[in-house]
Design a protein around this ligand. Sequence first.
Ligand SMILES: CCCCCCCCCCCCCCCC(=O)SCCNC(=O)CCNC(=O)[C@H](O)C(C)(C)COP(=O)(O)OP(=O)(O)OC[C@H]1O[C@@H](n2cnc3c(N)ncnc32)[C@H](O)[C@@H]1OP(=O)(O)O
Length: 169
Amino acid sequence: MKPAFQDLIPHNHCFGCGPQNSEGLKLKSYWRDDGSSECVYLPQPHQCAGPTGFVNGGIIATLIDCHCICTAMAHAYALAGREIGQGQPIWYVTGELNIQYLAPTPIDEAIKLVAKVENVSGKKMTLSCELMNVTEAPSTPYARATIMAIQVPSNWLKHADIPAMCEKS
Ligand SMILES: CCCCCCCCCCCCCCCC(=O)SCCNC(=O)CCNC(=O)[C@H](O)C(C)(C)COP(=O)(O)OP(=O)(O)OC[C@H]1O[C@@H](n2cnc3c(N)ncnc32)[C@H](O)[C@@H]1OP(=O)(O)O
């Protein structure tokens, strides 16, 4: 199996998708044969909404956000003809995130996110994403989203130049 996008993107302390964040969700995203990308995640009991049986909406937003932004970066490396993480780093951030929460997401089973790159225009990349049951049973997804990823230069990171307190040795 190929490494996850996140295992190839360097220096990532992101709460959702950074391997370097010891308190984070540590999402793993992979290409599928049809050109979309997928991420399987097992929610944790403390990530519940008010009712204990459903996943918190902010956690859902983070899962969608991180899976899509990492997909955008993976796609940009592919467009540049490079392996993810090779050569000059390519960074994207979230410009817009629009989510429809269509049905409560059960907390006691694995869920799957499937993202597609819809459009690339200059620095902007639009992606769609669905969050669903891991079996991809033909039912309504739990959530559906569109996201605008925006490519940023490396000096965007100057704002992030603080000690990595989230990284445990
Ligand atoms: C040692 C180093 C370690 C490094 C380690 C890195 C790890 C790397 C992994 C990261 C993985 C993260 C995965 C989670 C992703 C987050 O959580 S990122 C955090 C949340 N997002 C943010 O904080 C973004 C905050 N916003 C900004 O910084 C700036 O507004 C932006 C988005 C960079 C845009 O800046 P800007 O100067 O407006 O950009 P600009 O070049 O003028 O605009 C480009 C285009 O985008 C459009 N645009 C700008 N903003 C928006 C917007 N919000 N909506 C729609 N369109 C927009 C502009 O209109 C323009 O369009 P065109 O004129 O080209 O058609």
